[in-house]
Write a protein that binds this ligand. Structure first.
Ligand SMILES: Nc1ncnc2c1ncn2[C@@H]1O[C@H](COP(=O)(O)OP(=O)(O)O)[C@@H](O)[C@H]1O
Ligand SMILES: [Mg+2]
Length: 141
């Protein structure tokens, strides 16, 4: 499914709506260049889950956990991951196959580890500064 996101407000609405539909164990794989809004979308998903804690870009920690919402949120940024081995070392399976929600920025880095049935959102820049095009696959079920 293709969706045109006109501006940051659309991203926010999309994230909040998506969060409402999420079920335990859902994985959202985000693929898109720097600045396409992966972290911004993650913040909106967190907001929709009822997380008030500030979501920061977890570039140096790979995964951040937020447990105050409707479901636990595990926010991954795998930009620096170079091999599946590194993901095993970090115990990614506990997160991916647990009952929380995983959002993975730069998921293309570890596509082989993304389970079938995940929600994959590829984000591309649109025609103006604020526009983004989402290509969405899967609904988590
Ligand atoms: N439609 C949009 N959705 C999300 N962010 C947008 C949008 N339009 C402009 N922006 C801006 O683009 C930047 C996205 O940054 P960020 O979410 O950190 O991207 P990424 O995590 O993909 O590198 C922010 O500065 C944000 O204000
Ligand atoms: Mg980011």
């Amino acid at each position: 499914m293709k969706k045109v996101i006109r501006n940051e407000l659309d991203t926010r609405e999309f994230g909040i709506e998506l969060a409402k539909k999420l079920k335990p164990g859902d994985i959202i794989a985000l693929i898109g260049d720097l600045g396409t809004g992966k972290t911004t979308l993650t913040k909106s998903i967190a907001e929709g889950l009822g997380i008030r804690e500030m979501i920061t870009s977890p570039t140096f920690t790979i995964v951040q956990e937020y447990t105050e919402g409707r479901l636990p949120l595990y926010h991954f940024d795998v930009y620096r991951i170079r091999s599946a081995e590194e993901m095993y070392e970090l115990g990614y399976e506990e997160y991916f196959f647990g009952r929380g929600i995983c959002v993975v920025e730069w998921a293309d880095q570890i596509m082989k580890l993304i389970p079938e049935g995940s929600i994959v959102i590829r984000i591309e820049y649109g025609e103006n500064e604020d526009e983004r095009i989402y290509y969405i696959e899967g609904n988590g079920r």
